[in-house]
Design a protein around this ligand. Structure first.
Ligand code: KG4
Ligand code: ZN
Length: 341
């Protein structure tokens, strides 16, 4: 950490990952620790809100200690605290948000209440070669899928979004139909590598302008699986996975290409858990080369839910001084463009 560089503590507990990170005001990540609950929810086939909240409470102190140890700093070195306010599961959010407020208020530190989606938007501003505004970003996660135009990283303007399922949800539901464990995205990604993407033809929805729609695709897979029957589905699992993934990636990239043209974008970033998808990353690289734009695909640890991106938002958004933030609460839904002056 360079001298005089303020230290930001980030906390993220919006869903099933407990994250604590230490990031400097110049964007250097000193530690980015995530305790994932994936296996805990596997047997239920999805995240159970009550279980998630309780587990956050059990592990958050240990995750924070680990982050301080890895960063080689102490709580006394922290200058600013940032925590995810929403959107997400309210019980899960409350654990991290209250923990962070308590940490900040005990030390009279300033505090930033962060919009989780804003975190995904700015993830690419944290790398060694940070992206600079203006840029276009595709955020595709388990809960959200949207395109945003960023003139200034303190804000983002949603220019297109999914009308039904998120892309990650489409991956997870598709994976479930193919008998893969939860969360299915990474499993489907792996399985698709040995399949033929042209074996099955699934629909590519084209809703308005820059929007997305995935529910028809999921239904198409459901019908195909029913028609094939259990045994044939098992035999053709890799082909089904590859064809289904191809349809999701095609739709995502068609929208990116159109947005690049509409906004005259020169820089494009991917964010959210689905940005970990190997086909999306590879084909986004090809598309960027074709369109002559620069592409930022953050390392996987910055794509999936993490607290470094939450601390990252606090580099751009004004903080509230102690004790003004004590009355703010976590919220399952946030007004868009949440940053409050
Ligand atoms: O951003 P994230 O960690 O959490 C949310 O805010 O939702 O995204 C999780 C989503 C899940 O739906 C997961 O299946 C998906 O990202 N995902 C993937 C891959 N890795 C994670 N989807 C496709 N391919 C992957 N490699
Ligand atoms: Zn997320």
């Amino acid at each position: 950490m360079s001298g005089g560089d303020r230290l930001i503590l980030g906390v993220e507990t919006s869903c099933d990952d407990t994250g604590v990170a230490l990031v400097t005001a110049s964007g250097e990540i000193l530690a980015n620790v995530v305790a994932s609950q994936g296996l805990l929810h596997d047997r239920y086939g999805g995240v159970v809100p009550e279980v998630a909240a309780r587990r956050h409470l059990e592990v958050i102190d240990a995750v924070a200690s680990d982050a301080f140890e890895r960063a080689g700093v102490t709580p006394a070195d922290v200058d600013l605290v940032a925590a995810t306010q929403g959107p997400g599961l309210i019980g899960a959010l409350l654990v991290g948000f209250s923990w962070a407020k308590a940490f900040a208020s005990a030390r009279r530190l300033p505090f930033v209440a962060v919009d989780h989606l804003h975190g995904h938007v700015v993830a690419s501003t944290l790398e060694d070669e940070p992206i600079e505004a203006p840029f276009l970003v595709l955020v595709a996660s388990g809960g959200h899928t949207f395109l945003a135009w960023v003139e200034d990283p303190a804000r983002y303007e949603v220019v297109g979004e999914t009308l039904d399922d998120a892309a990650g949800e489409a991956f997870d539901k598709g994976a479930r139909l193919l008998g893969l464990p939860y969360p299915g995205g990474p499993h489907l990604d792996r399985l698709a590598r040995s399949g033929d993407a042209s074996a099955f033809s699934f629909p590519r929805a084209r809703p308005g302008r820059l929007d997305f729609s995935f529910s028809g695709l999921k239904t198409a897979l459901l019908y195909t699986v029913r028609e094939l029957g259990e045994e044939r589905t098992r035999e053709r699992r890799a082909d089904l996975a590859a064809s289904y993934q191809r349809a999701i990636v095609d739709q995502l990239l068609a929208r990116v290409a159109r947005a690049v043209e509409e906004f005259g974008a020169e820089r494009v970033a991917l964010g959210g858990g689905v940005a970990a998808n190997s086909e999306l990353r590879e084909r986004a690289r090809q598309l960027a080369a074709e369109l002559g734009v620069r592409l930022w695909t953050p390392p996987l640890a910055l794509c999936t839910d993490n607290a470094a991106m939450i601390a990252g938002v606090a580099r751009f958004v004004p903080a509230r001084p102690y004790p003004d933030y004590l009355e703010i609460d976590a919220a399952a839904r946030l007004e868009r463009a949440a940053p409050v002056a």
